[in-house]
Write a protein that binds this ligand. Structure first.
Ligand code: AMP
Ligand code: MG
Length: 357
């Protein structure tokens, strides 16, 4: 099986860091500022995280931001040993496991997207994610019997979050939480909060393409954030979103983690909980523009998994949330308010209206 994921490998760490930093710098390329920017990038929460301060704060703000990221990794990663999520998974079918308020908050949010999506988003997808292992060592196409065995364990409605006892319980042995679809968004919100606490006045937070802008740019102009071209290298874009401080741009895409199977097919990391296979609905990416990054992250995966029509219908019911869908024919579909924020400027893509039903 050929390995073609573009996840950051430790061996490629330096070049990945460099590329990520360049991306963060591109994201704010339009910013001409008098204050000296302060940048830092590091591999945390399973991705390259970069923070660029343009105004206010100091090195301690960056220290505190990365400390918070490491704290989130230590509690919420499903892939590392010793995390709270790993303990909850180990206790499945046996015991409720103590979980701090932030872990319970993220799990509750994830459960709310499971409900909103009618199960297209499901944070108990862990057993199926583990079978595929996409983007990790040993990624493979599981046997249909393995998928059939894992699927009954995917059931967000069974998760018991007890705030009085500060515990989380998975009632069936083998159940596994995976917060990979939402934890980066929470982390971006937390980094923004920590930066503001440290008197940062303007900054860009980029956690593996999950971007949040903080405060006002020193020259008073809007923030300009590129939306990734899903067919091209990282940093290439289909257009630009112009945003106020506090906004976030989060993308779920087939290019984030994938491999090409021996059968030549492309297997990506957003799985359909109904089938246990990567969601194949003609989409290649969904970008959400909003103010809360945890919600934008939960939603980007939700909308991808729902597909274009059901996803667009859902986003149109939500206030202060816009979305840009891209399909495999390079057609771009945007929600009704997205045009005010986002301009498509890549001629290889076509802005397309959804057929009315
Ligand atoms: P994102 O990049 O935010 O769309 O999240 C994708 C990640 O979420 C995957 O790598 C899995 O860890 C997890 N995941 C995959 N499929 C789903 C799903 N249907 N619902 C919730 N999480 C998922
Ligand atoms: Mg997501």
């Amino acid at each position: 099986m050929s390995r073609t994921t573009n996840r950051p490998a430790r061996s490629a760490f330096a070049s990945t860091l460099c590329a990520a930093l360049c991306m963060a710098l591109c994201a704010v390329a339009a910013a001409s500022c008098s204050a000296a920017p302060r940048d830092r990038a590091d591999l945390v929460i399973g991705t390259v995280c970069s923070v660029r301060i343009l105004d206010g704060g100091d090195r301690r703000a960056l220290d505190a931001a990365f400390e918070r990221l490491r704290g989130i990794e230590a509690s919420m990663s499903a892939n590392a040993e010793g995390t709270v999520v790993a303990a909850i998974n180990a206790g499945a079918g046996a015991v409720p496991v103590p979980a701090p308020a932030d872990v319970r908050y993220v799990i509750r949010k994830a459960l709310s997207y499971a409900e909103l999506s009618g199960g297209a988003f499901d944070p108990t997808i862990g057993p199926v994610v583990k079978l595929w292992n996409i983007g990790m060592d040993g990624e493979r196409i599981p046997a249909p019997e393995e998928i059939a065995e894992a699927l009954p364990l995917v059931d967000a409605s069974a998760v018991a979050v007890d705030d009085a006892a500060s515990t989380v319980f998975l009632p069936r042995a083998g159940m596994m939480l995976d917060l990979g679809a939402i934890a980066k968004g929470y982390a971006a919100d937390e980094v923004a909060r920590v930066l503001l606490e440290h008197r940062v006045k303007a900054a860009v937070v980029d956690l593996g393409g999950n971007v949040k802008v903080v405060g006002r740019k020193p020259d008073g102009s809007p923030w300009r954030i590129g939306i990734q071209d899903p067919f091209d290298d990282r940093g290439s874009r289909i257009g630009i979103a112009e945003l106020e401080g506090g906004a976030t741009v989060v993308t779920s895409g087939v290019y984030e983690r994938y491999f090409i199977g021996d059968d030549g097919a492309h297997y990506h990391h957003i799985l359909d909980p109904a089938t246990g296979y990567p969601a194949r609905n003609g989409l290649v990416s969904v970008t959400v523009i909003s103010s809360s990054s945890i919600d934008a992250d939960g939603l980007s995966t939700t909308l991808f998994s729902l597909g274009l029509e059901r996803g667009m219908a859902l986003v149109e019911t939500l206030d202060h949330v816009e979305a840009v869908f891209i399909d495999e024919d390079r057609r771009v579909y945007q929600s009704s308010g997205a045009g005010k924020l986002f301009k498509l400027d890549n001629p290889a893509f076509t802005l397309t209206a959804l057929p009315s039903r």
